[in-house]
Ligand binder design. Structure first.
Ligand code: GLU
Length: 490
């Protein structure tokens, strides 16, 4: 069988992480089987149309490196791939159904339908269309259509039937047709509903597998009936489990970030998002947690997709991002933050900023996080911590720092670029000045930190001197000494 899958979003303006998971599973399944994955835009609900939504979607998929084989951006043999450009097809198909009496026009106004619903509700009945227009004679229906009366087209759902879905994830799922409404197929604005357009397009585009979210499962009996009415072979269906918040509530826009763009802004890497989303519902059969897209293509299988809802755990996502950042070499990491620290490279030179990257990368959760750390280390110092200033004003400390400062200034400028050597020279200057002034251990390092930064915590001092360079190191030491001396004189 020629495997063809599709991702069929409505262009609502952003890509939901659940949508990404659907797109990804369709992609993985198609790639794994040497098939094709198609992007189809389902824009039949004109009230929900958002300008630029398709472009946005494409740019997000491009960022994620998920490529579709056919779609509005690159065409294909089964286009157009935007439903609003296929309206004629849906009308032709509803005519085919009407000819076989599987579809009928309905002239009921929204007021009539509203009345029907409230009467049914009052009698505790499930609200369903009561099929009054199904009883109109063909002549009357044709006369009213010719007279231009507003109408929709509904599907004539057969009574007392059982529809069985053979779902690749859920097994057999059965629905009785008595609970299935006579679904509108073409609306009064001439646009098809999701159900008709979706079935017609899946058939015409030769989709072999429909892989989509569980929320579409209740629609599937209607779709299966439509396939039957047309006399078409239905595709294989696979309904993916819901995405849940850690408290098991449904993930929605209100309950937190759901757009892929939100995670992109937070510095989550595209490969991390793919890795993470792949594991929402699918499991590899062992406890591995890191997968490249290629590995996923090899290993993904619908058999290992769960039925139960999948929890979207933000903490795990951020942990995974940190793991990816950790796994990169210093050089690759530097290239990723180069753009964000361009100004610092200009003023401090590339070598120092590279050294800052390798010195400060530990525990960075994202490139943005690392770039912020680098900006912080070069930024002017905040006001000194009072306890640290007090320490500096003790005469033993001031003398020690003056000695240390003299030793640092005797290190030639070029050694400030030989970072490993500099770390040794720095430690030597510190211990020798310490020995001369009876300072050692914690006291010695705290005094140095106070003189260099005025803060109780911060980057390793032996690294900081290389990151800053000679001028700044000496300037900070001079400033601290001057402040300590003038405070002591007061
Ligand atoms: N247009 C539907 C959506 O927005 C497609 C559902 C399906 O895949 O059948 O998700």
């Amino acid at each position: 069988m020629n495997i063809r899958t599709r991702y069929a979003p409505s262009p609502t303006g952003y890509l939901h992480v659940g949508g990404l998971r659907t797109a990804l599973y369709n992609y993985l399944f198609a790639r794994q089987n040497g098939g094709s994955v198609i992007l189809r835009i389902e824009d039949t609900d004109q009230t929900r149309r958002v300008d630029g939504a398709v472009e946005n979607l494409l740019s997000v998929f491009h960022w994620l490196s998920l490529e579709f084989d056919e779609g509005p951006h690159r065409g294909g043999a089964f286009g157009p791939y935007v439903q609003s450009e296929r309206l004629g097809l849906y009308h032709d198909h509803v005519k085919q159904l009407a000819a076989k009496e599987y579809a009928y026009p309905c002239f009921c106004s929204s007021e009539t339908l509203e009345q029907m619903r409230s009467q049914q509700a009052a009698r505790s009945m499930v609200p369903m269309y009561d099929r009054r227009c199904l009883r109109l004679s063909r002549e009357e229906a044709e006369r009213r259509i010719a007279a231009g009366e507003p109408h929709v087209w509904r599907m004539a759902v057969p009574a007392h039937r059982e529809v069985v879905i053979h779902d690749a994830i859920r097994g057999e799922v059965k629905f009785g047709t008595d609970t299935v409404d006579d679904q509108v197929l073409i609306k009064s604005d001439g646009f098809p509903t999701y159900h008709l357009a979706n079935v017609v397009d899946d058939h015409l585009m030769r989709i072999s597998h429909v892989i989509r979210g569980e929320e579409w499962l209740p629609s599937t009996p209607k779709h299966i009936l439509l396939y039957e009415f047309f006399g078409w072979e239905p595709p294989v269906f696979a309904h993916l489990p819901l995405l849940l918040n850690p408290d098991r509530s449904k993930m929605s826009k209100r309950s937190g970030d759901v757009a892929v763009e939100d995670y992109r802004k937070k510095g989550i890497l595209p490969e991390v998002l793919i890795n993470f989303v792949a594991l929402l519902g699918w499991h590899p059969g062992d406890d591995r947690e890191m997968f490249t897209l290629l590995e996923l293509v090899r290993e993904f299988s619908l058999d290992r997709v769960n039925k139960a809802g999948a929890i979207f755990d933000q903490t795990k996502l951020h942990w995974l991002n940190t793991e990816y950042v950790k796994a990169e070499s210093d050089d690759v990491l530097f290239e990723h933050v180069r753009g964000a620290v361009g100004d610092l490279i200009k003023t401090n030179g590339e070598a120092r900023v590279r050294y800052a990257v390798s010195s400060l990368r530990g525990g960075a959760g994202s490139y943005e996080d690392l770039a912020t750390r680098i900006h912080d280390v070069y930024a002017p110092l905040p006001e000194a911590d009072p306890e640290m200033s007090a320490l500096l004003q003790e005469s033993a400390t001031t003398d020690f720092i003056a000695d240390f400062s003299a030793r640092m200034s005797s290190i030639p400028a070029e050694d400030f670029l030989h970072f490993e050597k500099l770390e040794g020279l720095f430690k030597q200057a510190a211990t020798e000045a310490g020995q001369a002034h009876g300072m050692k251990g914690k006291n010695l390092w705290r005094s140095l930190r106070s003189a260099l930064t005025g803060q109780p915590h911060g980057p390793e001092l032996a690294k900081l001197v290389g990151i800053w360079g000679r001028d700044r190191v000496l300037a900070e030491l001079q400033r601290s000494l001057a402040e300590a001396r003038s405070a002591a004189a007061r």
